[in-house]
Write a protein that binds this ligand. Structure first.
Ligand SMILES: [Zn+2]
Length: 319
C-alpha cells in the first residue's frame, strides 16, 4: 500500500510535471505558431509589396528603354515605306467607298474619326497605348508651337514622336507650326497662314522620313480664321491640301470646371444618336480625354462604329 501510496504520490508529482511541461509546450508551440503566422503574413505582405515594386521598376525600365531608343534613333525607326504606303492606299480607297455607301444609305456601317490636336506630347504615348490595346486607329494634328522639345518630356525632341504615330498605323495632320491665332498671327491673311502651315509640313516630312499628309486642321477651327477663311481655303485648294474640322467637340478644352470625363462621354453619346460618320475633336494634352478614352472607344464600338484614321480622300476632309 505504502509503496502504492508512494508510487501514487510520485505519480501525482509526475502528473503535475507532465501538465506543466504540456502547458509550457503549448505556450511554446502557441507563440511559435503566433509568431510564424505573423511572420508568414509579413513575409507574404512583403512579397506582395516587392512584387508591386518589381512591376513598377520593370515599367520604369521599359519606359526608360523606350526613351533611350527615341533619343538614339530619333526619326530613324525602320519602316517598310512602300508596303505601308500601298496598304494605306488600299485601306483608304475602300474606306472612301464605304463612306459614300453610308451617306447614300446603302450601308448601315458607322465610321468614327478620332482626332487629337496640339501634340506631340509624350503623354500621347498613353493615348497610343490605349488605342493600341483596342486596335483603334486615329489622327493626330501636330504643331511645333511647343518647340522642338516635348512639353512634358523636355529631354525628347518633338520630332522623335512623329514616326511613333505612324508606326501604330495612325495618320498625322498639319495643325500649323506656330498655332498662333492671335491678332497678327496665322489668320492675318492667306500668306501668313500658308507660310506657317508649310513650315509645319516641312517639319513633318523631315521628322517622319517623307510622310506628307496634306491634311490641315485650322487652330481653333475654320471659324477662327474669320474674314481670311475664304482666301486661305482658296490657297489650300490651289496647293492640293485638304482641311478638316470636326462634327463633335469632346469638350476637353473647355477649361477647368467645365470639362470632365463625364462631360466628354455626354458629348459623344449625344453625337452618336444621329451621326453615322463622326469626327471627334480631342486634345492630346487632356488628362480628361485620357481617362475617358477607354469608355469612349468601348461605347462607340458597342454602337457599331469602326475607327479609321483620317485620310485625304475622306468626305470629312474639305478640298
Ligand atoms: Zn489646337
Amino acid at each position: 500500500m505504502g509503496e502504492t501510496k508512494g508510487q501514487s504520490r510520485q505519480g501525482r508529482g509526475g502528473n503535475i510535471l507532465l501538465i506543466l511541461a504540456l502547458i509550457l509546450m503549448l505556450a511554446v508551440v502557441g507563440s511559435a505558431l503566433f509568431i510564424l503566422t505573423h511572420v508568414g503574413k509579413t513575409v507574404k505582405e512583403y512579397k506582395k509589396q516587392s512584387a508591386a515594386l518589381d512591376k513598377v521598376r520593370a515599367e520604369l525600365e521599359a519606359e526608360q528603354e523606350l526613351r533611350d531608343k527615341h533619343i538614339e534613333e530619333k526619326a530613324q525607326m525602320e519602316f517598310d515605306d512602300d508596303a505601308i504606303a500601298e496598304t494605306r492606299k488600299e485601306v483608304f480607297a475602300s474606306a472612301a467607298q464605304l463612306e459614300k455607301d453610308i451617306k447614300a444609305g446603302r450601308n448601315k456601317a458607322k465610321i468614327c474619326y478620332l482626332t487629337f490636336d496640339d501634340g506631340p506630347y509624350y503623354r500621347g504615348n498613353t493615348i497610343l497605348k490605349i488605342l493600341n490595346k483596342y486596335d483603334v486607329k486615329a489622327t493626330f494634328f501636330l504643331t511645333t508651337a511647343n518647340g522642338d522639345r516635348l512639353p512634358d518630356k523636355a529631354e525628347l525632341s518633338a520630332a522623335s514622336m512623329y514616326p511613333e504615330y505612324l508606326r501604330y498605323g495612325h495618320t498625322i495632320g498639319n495643325h500649323t507650326y506656330s498655332h498662333d491665332y492671335d491678332k497678327g498671327g496665322i489668320y492675318k491673311n492667306a500668306n501668313a497662314f500658308m507660310k506657317d502651315m508649310k513650315k509645319q509640313e516641312d517639319f513633318t516630312v523631315k521628322a517622319s522620313d517623307g510622310y506628307d499628309p496634306k491634311i490641315v486642321r485650322f487652330p481653333g477651327g475654320r471659324a477662327t480664321a474669320g474674314k481670311s477663311l475664304g482666301d486661305i481655303e482658296t490657297a489650300l485648294r490651289k496647293g492640293g491640301y485638304g482641311w478638316a474640322d470636326w462634327t463633335v467637340d469632346s469638350g476637353d478644352s473647355w477649361g477647368k470646371g467645365n470639362t470632365s470625363p463625364k462631360i466628354i462621354m455626354k458629348q459623344i453619346k449625344e453625337a452618336a444618336k444621329d451621326q453615322d460618320v463622326m469626327v471627334i475633336l480631342c486634345h492630346e494634352w487632356s488628362k480628361d480625354t485620357q481617362k475617358a478614352l477607354p469608355e469612349m472607344i468601348e461605347y462607340l464600338q458597342g454602337e457599331g462604329y469602326i475607327f479609321l484614321p483620317m485620310f485625304y480622300e475622306s468626305s470629312t476632309v474639305l478640298k
